[in-house]
Design a protein around this ligand. Sequence first.
Ligand SMILES: Nc1nc2c(c(=O)[nH]1)N[C@H]1C(S)=C(S)[C@@H](COP(=O)(O)O)O[C@H]1N2
Ligand SMILES: [Mo]
Length: 311
Amino acid sequence: MSDPIISSSEITPKHLYLTRRDFIKAAGAAAAGLALAACGLAPAGKTAAPAAATPQITPAGEAPNSFEEITHYNNYYEFTTDKEEVAGLAKSFATSPWQVEVSGLVNRPGKFSVADLVKRYPPEERIYRLRCVETWSMVIPWLGFPLARLLKDVEPASDARYVRFETIYKPDEMPGQKQSFYPWPYQEGLRLDEAMHDLTLLATGLYGGELPAQSGGGIRLVVPWKYGFKSIKAIVKIELTAEQPATLWNSIAPDEYGFYANVNPQVDHPRWSQSMEHRIGEPGRRETLLFNGYAEQVAHLYDGMDLRVNF
Ligand SMILES: Nc1nc2c(c(=O)[nH]1)N[C@H]1C(S)=C(S)[C@@H](COP(=O)(O)O)O[C@H]1N2
Ligand SMILES: [Mo]
């Protein structure tokens, strides 16, 4: 895997991760060490001695957000629209056992348990930026497997062009689903080539452990170059279709939330600018990156498309 993927390596238990502050210090120390070495001034016997818990200093140099931040600042309207209340309301939501049905235009449809999927496709760690359309962002160390692996195994039929995803519907356990304003269940969609891209992940874990309910457990989608609302949580259905599927946000507000929803600093939301973002845990704001920093890997998917029309 090359650059802008914030890099992945072996699974690191969450207590071994440095906090953002530690990371920034460690990265600074590493950079200082490099500078000294380059000048031939590295103190004898101290060259490149790795720290006990080696931080994941990634090409993008971005520290993961803390487990606490990732699991206590969530968008999950099935529970509540209050980001800081999701974790509490999702506490008793059962994420295991969990089943996903794959149907539609495939030669080998089936029902799969997450336990079986994890055996079949051993999860890898992927540290991705997540950029919400509301302009906040995080860096999250997911565990998961490429959606492409599952799709290849179910054998898309020749007329399959899109993939549709659906969230579980359980209003007795998800109080937000009792609000009829939203057309539950949450649904999302991707073009088949987007779904087959190696960056597109089905996540089953976080920080080396299970995927907490508030983060989308049993299983959720992660499409790191698109606004966060495309990364649908608690998936129970994956359907291959010939036509572009309806999506929840697009059906509520088609002028504000497109089907593509690629992160793009040049294409503003009708009610706010998308040029800057706030990384949770960081003072100030930073520039938003085209395709959330994954342009090198995904820009070709949109060759010849007008990204303002297909927003
Ligand atoms: N089912 C479902 N999936 C969802 C949402 C939701 O409300 N329901 N919110 C989306 C939005 S807007 C974002 S930004 C991300 C947030 O993921 P996180 O809470 O794990 O950071 O989940 C997305 N997936
Ligand atoms: Mo979002």
